[in-house]
Design a protein around this ligand. Structure first.
Ligand code: NAP
Length: 250
């Protein structure tokens, strides 16, 4: 019997892939376990770290995984590195399924940085009041953004706040629309936006609002990932799975 497809998940892409695959074949979605009560997924679910690349390799072998799809978030770089090493070790076919990065449009004022320390050091030159939207990232480097105000927006209260004298937190969960984002930037007097390049539609409106209002965006680049086969569209992922792990008897 063909072994299961293992999806490294925690994203909308992973959920949609499980929905497409589960009726026809055995699918296991792996979650890191960051969310207390994740919504149920089609197919099987396993939760928690594997114990590094070696732990993932052991899992691939013991569960006879036929193909591995890394559909983790673009900023989940450690899992991506582990997936590449484990797949190589076991000879398991691996595909990276990733939403495309946002591209600038005319009028966007984006300044891109490779890491948060460099971004924080440059931020006071870009504005006086930043709206910081960096998800669950480690924000401690933002303590370097002195002489300005920081408003952090997060889904859950950040585990650790940066050591900064002028800091405010807004708890809110997307999707956000353009009118709401424009109102937030205007009403709070935000003059610089800090964002990752997450891609997708759910959090895109803040960039459009910033462009409309002439607000610059300090953008944290996506982390480097190992070079692997990759796809950005669901249909290409499904075709790759059919080739890499055909259902026996077909
Ligand atoms: P990370 O830094 O790349 O991973 C840290 C460790 O967490 C990994 O070494 C692994 O532990 C474990 N892990 C990560 N993803 C896992 C998965 N799908 N299944 C099992 N273990 C996993 O990742 P992260 O940035 O902490 O993100 C954790 C999860 O949240 C990912 O699944 C990602 O898709 C999701 N997520 C992240 C973000 C983000 O902003 N980073 C946003 C939305 C969703 P072991 O080494 O012990 O295996």
């Amino acid at each position: 019997m063909t072994g299961p497809i293992l999806i490294l998940g925690g994203t909308t892409e992973a959920r949609r892939l499980a929905e497409r695959l589960a009726p026809a074949r055995r699918v296991i979605t792996s979650l890191a376990g960051r969310t207390g009560a994740p919504t149920a997924l089609p197919g099987e679910t396993r939760i928690g770290g594997f114990g590094g690349a070696a732990g993932l390799a052991a899992y691939l072998r013991s569960h006879r995984v036929a193909a591995l799809v890394d559909a983790t978030h673009p900023y989940a770089a450690r899992m991506a590195t582990n997936a590449a090493a484990a797949a190589l070790d076991c000879g398991t076919p691996l595909l990276r399924y990733e939403r495309p990065a946002w591209q600038p449009k005319p009028g966007d004022k984006w300044v891109e940085y490779d890491d948060l320390t460099a971004l924080a050091a440059a931020l006071p030159d870009l504005g006086r009041h930043a709206l910081v939207t960096l998800g669950g990232a480690d924000l401690s480097a933002l303590s370097g953004a002195r002489g300005m105000r920081l408003t952090l927006r997060a889904i859950d209260p950040p585990a650790q706040l940066p050591d900064h004298p002028d800091l405010d937190v807004i708890l809110d969960r997307g999707p956000f629309d353009l009118a709401g984002e424009r109102a937030l930037l205007s009403q709070r007097g935000i003059d610089v936006l800090v964002s990752r390049n997450a891609g997708g539609q759910a959090t895109r409106a803040k960039l459009d609002a910033a462009r409309d209002l002439g607000v610059p965006v300090a953008l944290l680049r996506r982390p480097a990932r190992p070079a692997t086969a990759s796809a950005t569209e669901m249909e290409a992922v499904l075709r790759w799975i059919e080739d890499a792990a055909p259902i026996e008897g077909e």
